[in-house]
Design a protein around this ligand. Structure first.
Ligand code: NAP
Ligand code: MG
Length: 491
């Protein structure tokens, strides 16, 4: 077996977390017999090792996905729906073990991990329901010459690439609609957090997903392995969640085979508090929008614009709440803010904070990285942040809230939209009509209007501009894994 610390070993046993590659319904070591270590970001200790796939394994996984594709596409929607419902139940049944597993390999606080598992499970239920509700349509050609009969077919073998920040939910948000649509997949989870995806894949097998329908490759060489998957003529779709930088590389690679692409990329969410907002509500929302997952979310509020009338009350409240969060290992129930994913993340976040401080910002709480062990960063509130500070332009991906004071709404809207990202924005106001008018002017795929959380399996999640292409969740998420076919006929 693999190296496991004491706390994780029983978990891995009850959940039966496999640590090999899943190819064609069997768990097997990497062809080159290499292993990849998974570390606990709270301590830096090694939790487990998983198989480290290379391009030959990628080919085997595609062989399996391609072989299983016709059979899975031919199953009835009801059959796929029932498999997904069993998978929903299986994830729910093991939710506490999965949450602890996420805490250990990702670091997030237990409450966040429990929330993630509940969210992750719901994608299976939602797409179990959507699988049997898909409808085409029938129309008349305007000329009257023929009928237009529109239906859908599974896009085919899909490559799913996911990040470390939501190790369960980012996988299920792709797996569930792909399976509902009748596609087979090769999933490549992030190297930092492969265990959760392997655990979910094992539950999928238990739920009756046939061999070859879900294949999982863990690897330390994402470039060559994903590259081999995308270069293969049998692949039809790429669904990627991760940074805009890697997304661009993969879009270029996907161009050679003209793959259908779903891209969920980085964000830079503004959080705007207007003069008429309820400050307590805004603070509740701010804590969720900023601190879910310790700030390591693509939807994380990245920059706060607060009207001068409520600014002082808001920042005082935010500093109190942020300062009260206990920093510690995610699995400790008293922890409010777990570690960042690794030491590089701490260095990046601290670099952005120090840049803002040099440019004249002031830290009300936090503001510097503690010594190790573990990759911790304290919840930080910065005020008087100038518009040229790097952390207003770049994704912070940590527990840092930079606040900018404003008095002109038109001016703040310019700042809101002055970014290449367009994933989500947040807006707090006591006047809903005013809020709706302003929300329509946000150049983002999603707006939280008097809400600090937008993620919902039933809603289309996704971004505009360089935050991505396509949507996940809702009905839209299923259409991503389908091709439209129209038949011209007359009778
Ligand atoms: P990342 O570095 O882009 O990695 C994402 C995935 O791509 C990982 O599985 C990674 O593997 C793989 N990858 C890295 N380089 C690759 C390459 N050259 N070719 C093929 N695959 C490659 O992102 P991350 O650091 O894991 O996640 C954080 C980012 O994800 C943030 O920008 C965040 O905003 C974004 N995100 C977006 C959403 C959304 O829905 N829009 C949701 C969550 C996160 P390795 O693990 O081996 O590097
Ligand atoms: Mg790790």
């Amino acid at each position: 077996m693999t190296v496991l610390d004491h706390a994780l070993a029983p978990l891995v046993d009850t959940l039966a977390v496999p640590t090999d590659l899943l190819v064609g319904g069997s768990w097997r070591p990497a062809t080159g017999a290499r292993r990849l270590e998974v570390a606990d970001p709270a301590t830096g200790t090694v939790l487990a090792s998983v198989a480290d796939a290379d391009v030959e394994d990628a080919r085997h996984a595609l062989d399996a996905a391609a072989a299983a594709a016709p059979g899975w596409a031919a199953t009835s929607p009801r059959e796929r729906s029932e498999v997904l419902l069993r998978l929903f139940e299986a994830v729910r049944e093991h939710s506490e073990e999965l949450a602890l597993l996420i805490c250990r390999e990702n670091g997030k606080a237990l409450g966040d991990a429990r929330g993630e598992v509940a969210y992750a499970a719901e994608f299976f239920r939602w797409y179990a329901e959507e699988a049997v509700r898909l409808r085409g349509h029938l129309g008349h050609a305007p000329s009257g010459a023929n009928r237009i009969l529109v239906g859908y077919q599974p896009v085919g073998v899909s490559v799913l690439v996911t990040p470390w920040n939501f190790p369960a939910a980012m996988a299920t948000r792709k797996l569930a609609p792909a399976l509902a649509a009748g596609c087979t997949v090769v999933l490549k989870p992030a190297a930092e957090t492969p265990l959760t995806a392997l655990a979910v894949a094992a539950l999928a097998e238990e739920a009756g997903v046939p061999p070859g329908v879900v294949n999982v490759l863990t690897t330390s060489q994402p470039g060559p392995v994903v590259g081999a998957l995308l270069a293969d003529r049998r692949t039809r779709m790429l669904s990627f969640t991760g940074s805009t930088e890697v997304g661009r590389v993969l879009l270029r690679a996907a161009a050679d085979n003209v793959l259908k692409c779903g891209m969920e990329l980085g964000g830079n969410a503004p959080f705007v508090v207007l003069d008429d907002a309820d400050v307590t509500d805004a603070l509740d929302g701010a804590m969720v929008a900023k601190m879910r997952n310790g700030g390591q979310a693509c939807t994380a509020a990245n920059r706060f614009y607060v009207h001068t009338d409520v600014h002082d009350e808001f920042v005082a409240g935010l500093a109190t709440r942020m300062g009260a969060l206990r920093v510690g290992p995610g699995a400790d129930p008293s922890t409010g803010c777990g570690p960042l994913i690794n030491a590089a993340a701490v260095a990046k976040v601290d670099g952005l904070v120090q840049d803002a401080l040099r440019r004249g910002a002031r830290a009300l709480v936090g503001g510097s990285a503690p010594d190790g062990p573990g990759s911790f960063y304290p919840p930080t509130v910065l005020v008087d942040v100038p518009h040229d500070a790097a952390l207003l332009r770049e994704e912070v991906f940590g527990p840092v809230a930079p606040v900018v004071r404003f008095d002109d709404v038109e001016d703040v809207l310019t700042h809101v939209n002055d970014t290449e990202h367009g994933l989500v924005g947040y807006l707090y106001t006591g006047d809903l009509a005013r809020g709706l008018r302003l929300a329509e002017r946000f150049e983002s795929g999603m707006v939280g209007l008097n809400r600090g959380l937008v993620s919902d399996p039933a809603a289309p999640f996704g971004g505009t501009k360089q935050s991505g292409l396509g949507r996940e969740g809702g009905t839209e998420g299923l259409l991503e894994f389908l091709e439209t076919q129209y038949v011209a006929t007359s009778w």
